[in-house]
Ligand binder design. Structure first.
Ligand code: IPM
Ligand code: MG
Length: 361
């Protein structure tokens, strides 16, 4: 009996639709091989939702997401919507998706593939073997804290305010995800904070330390965020799993991503509590400069689909097959422009998709 899954697709903006098309083709093929049937529902988010409905995260999209087993998102945003008021920006739609589905845990792996070492801007001996998982808190901290806004003081001067806040329970739940993630990896967890300056970080550190007694096998260390940024570039191999707050995780995950040479290769998972749908999306953005030209790299989207199979649908053999097909096409020398190096076959998004389908057999 085939397993049925309801998947909501959020192609979004820019290169989103073209990489999503390839991901759906790959998943359809995987379905044939592993006896899985996907029921797709496409919904609007970001700039394309603003154009069609006037809102970046329409109620119909939330409804579709809540009624699905899992959600595959491509990318949002573009120049066209950059000057709209904040409540009408594509990014606001993404933040609304995260908070309304309670996606508090964001897993961002940064793994360097031997085939792509030359694409990194760092030296081979620094990046060879890098395998880091950034666990970013995604629904709290500075991104969501109140009060926020631009206010006018009594003297008539403008004052911008955001609030960095975490409760113990918010730190606890992301801490558990991080320790459990580390347990499945090399059992090393580095918690990144700024507790030499910030009270909210002091509570973060104290709470993570208290949790650590439940995970005696995990070696826990702490690092200030400025030092962590430096260490990621200096000696990234010292890291296994990193856990940090929303803002710090935003910044550190971009730095970790770039160690691997191309942000175009990296998937991510945003998870809520077990049994609730997660959102799987590439770490990269919507690349409006190359949208619609068949120049994009679909591999991060494909690898996000593999993460979806592994985490939400419990189909790890199918996930393995996708990851193996990605390695195969790289070994065959296929490269999109962003990961191109000498002697390789430069292909567009569609041709990369065809090579993947061939590799899947
Ligand atoms: C990310 C992005 C988003 C963030 C933006 C688009 C709102 O940078 O997913 O890392 O800041 O979280
Ligand atoms: Mg970011």
């Amino acid at each position: 009996m085939a397993q049925h899954y309801r998947i909501t697709l959020l192609p979004g903006d820019g290169i989103g639709p073209e990489i999503m098309t390839v991901a759906v083709q790959v998943l359809e093929r995987i379905g044939e091989k592993f006896d899985l049937v996907f029921e797709w529902t496409e919904a609007l988010i970001g700039g394309s939702a603003i154009d069609a409905t006037g809102e970046p995260f329409p109620a119909a999209t939330l409804e579709a997401c809540l009624n699905s087993d899992s959600i595959l998102l491509a990318a949002i945003g573009g120049y066209k919507w950059d000057s709209l008021p904040r409540n009408l920006r594509p990014e606001t739609g993404l933040l609304a998706l995260r908070s309304s589905l309670n996606l508090f845990a964001n897993l961002r792996p940064a793994t360097i593939l031997p085939q792509l070492i030359e694409a990194s801007t760092l030296k081979r001996d620094v990046v060879e073997g890098v395998d880091i998982m950034v666990v970013r808190e995604l629904t709290g901290g500075l991104y969501f804290g109140q009060p926020r806004g631009i206010f006018t003081t009594e003297t008539g001067e403008k004052r911008g305010v955001n609030t960095m806040t975490y409760t113990e329970s918010e730190i606890d739940r992301i801490g558990h995800v991080a320790f459990q993630t580390a347990m499945k990896r090399r059992k090393k967890l580095c918690s990144v904070d700024k507790c030499n300056v910030l009270e909210v970080s002091q509570l973060w550190r104290d709470t993570i330390i208290a949790l650590s007694s439940e995970y005696p096998e995990v070696e826990l260390t702490h690092m200030y965020v400025d030092n962590a940024t430096m260490q990621l570039i200096r000696n990234p191999k010292q890291f296994d799993t990193i856990v940090t707050s929303n803002l710090f995780g935003d910044i550190l995950s971009d730095a970790a991503a770039m160690l691997t040479g191309s942000i175009g290769m990296l998937p991510s998972a945003s998870l809520s509590h077990p049994g609730k749908p997660g959102v799987y999306e590439p770490v990269h953005g919507s690349a409006p400069d190359i949208a619609g030209q068949d120049k994009s790299n679909p591999l991060a989207q494909i690898l996000s689909a593999a993460m979806m199979l592994r985490y939400d649908l419990n189909q790890s053999a199918a996930a393995d097959a996708i990851e193996a097909a990605v390695i195969t096409v790289l070994d065959q020398g296929y490269r999109t422009g962003d990961i191109a190096s000498e002697g390789m076959t430069i292909v567009g998004c569609k041709a990369m998709g065809e090579a993947l389908l061939k590799a899947l057999g």
